[in-house]
Design a protein around this ligand. Structure first.
Ligand code: KG4
Ligand code: ZN
Length: 345
């Protein structure tokens, strides 16, 4: 392994990012905060046959794709392996078998090239995507994070320090989208299909908002909203009435997204933080993007909103978080293991 005692931190290192926590095998290369290449091979079509991600199928698909996706990303960046200064890899949270494929590849790559290995928390990757979109971005900023496993509003104070201002007390927003998709008979991946269906509907179905009313008013709950959608559909069916699925999708989308967006902007205003960022698969939702842009503009806040492809799982964000860890010399050793669940911090 590289010699830790003599290793020198470079100003604009070339970092290879690797992501394999779920059904996307992804590799990207950055030089400093400039994205040079970004490749993804997805097993989503295969997973759709089963209505969701089957861990064993995901692991096998990663095994088949990982070398290929790295070759493609090197070719796109016009680089050879020995141009890479460090390898950043998702070590958690995610499907254990899937994570192990990317992690094993990253370890071998780092070992063979004698370069540092960087362990990246997937969720912090989502939070770091914005650094590539706006190269001037620096803390403090407020982040709306909404993925399949997490929903939170965070206050990033320094590149490595953040505070959770509020979050969900049960299901994550993406999880609710996926469950509602099932109830509406939509195929995997659920979130984007709910969004498509909602385009033809109206917000006319009475549903509870996902905001928990308490003294701080900063907690969200998606399980009640999800149950309300299920009950609404079942009641209609029992009465022999037709369910207007587009209206249900549209109403759910409003109930799930409006409070999140509103609270994010309110937090920024209350804490006197002028910049808002966002990350996670749900941020790819067109309605959320519109509302967040509108709300930030209304409050006079700057919004750094990554393109949709950098909101859903990708390796550019893993490289971006890798850069933060690289800059403080936080390198992992080759005994690093994958972890199915890790705290946000
Ligand atoms: O960040 P992500 O790709 O993976 C995790 O880290 O979980 O997020 C996946 C989640 C899924 O629940 C998916 O349904 C949701 O993000 N999602 C969406 C959209 N695209 C992905 N939800 C709503 N609208 C979308 N367009
Ligand atoms: Zn993710």
């Amino acid at each position: 392994m590289y010699d830790k005692t003599t290793f020198k931190i470079k100003e604009n290192p070339v970092i290879l990012g690797l992501e394999s926590s779920c059904d996307e095998t992804a590799a990207a290369i950055i030089c400093g905060r400039t994205l040079l290449s970004n490749q993804i091979i997805s097993s989503a079509t295969e997973q759709a046959k089963y209505g969701g991600v089957v861990p064993e199928i995901a692991s096998r698909a990663h095994t088949e794709a990982v070398a290929n996706v790295v070759s493609r990303t090197l070719a796109e960046a016009h680089m050879r392996p020995d141009d890479i200064d460090a390898v950043a890899v998702t070590y958690g949270a995610g499907l254990l078998g899937a994570l192990l494929v990317g992690l094993s590849f990253a370890k071998s790559f780092a070992y063979a090239l004698n370069i540092p290995l960087i362990a990246v928390n997937h969720i912090r990757g989502h939070m770091a995507a914005s650094y590539l979109i706006d190269k001037e971005l620096k803390p403090p900023f407020i982040t709306l994070l909404a993925s399949g496993g997490h929903t939170a509003i965070l206050h990033t104070q320094t590149p490595t320090k953040f505070k959770v201002l509020g979050g969900t007390c049960d299901d994550a927003a993406g999880e609710a989208f996926d469950k509602v998709a099932r109830v509406l008979g939509l195929s995997y991946p659920g979130g984007v299909n709910v969004e498509k269906l909602a385009l033809g509907g109206q917000n006319v179905v009475p549903l509870p908002k996902c905001l928990v009313k308490n003294s701080q008013n900063m907690q969200f709950s998606y399980s009640g909203l999800k149950t309300a959608v299920i009950n609404y559909c079942h009641n209609k069916e029992q009465k022999g009435e037709e369910v207007d699925k587009a209206n249900v999708a549209c109403s759910f989308q409003h109930a799930a997204i409006d409070p999140l967006v509103k609270k994010t902007a309110e937090c920024a205003k209350r804490l006197n933080v002028s910049t808002v960022t966002a990350g996670g698969g749900v941020i790819a939702n067109g309605y959320l993007r519109e509302q967040l842009s509108r709300e930030c503009a209304a409050y006079g806040l700057k919004l750094v909103l990554p393109e949709k492809k950098f909101c859903t799982d990708n390796a550019a964000m893993i490289a971006a978080e890798g850069l933060i860890q690289y800059n403080i010399g936080n390198f992992a050793d080759l005994s690093l293991n994958a972890a199915a669940a890790i705290p946000l911090k």
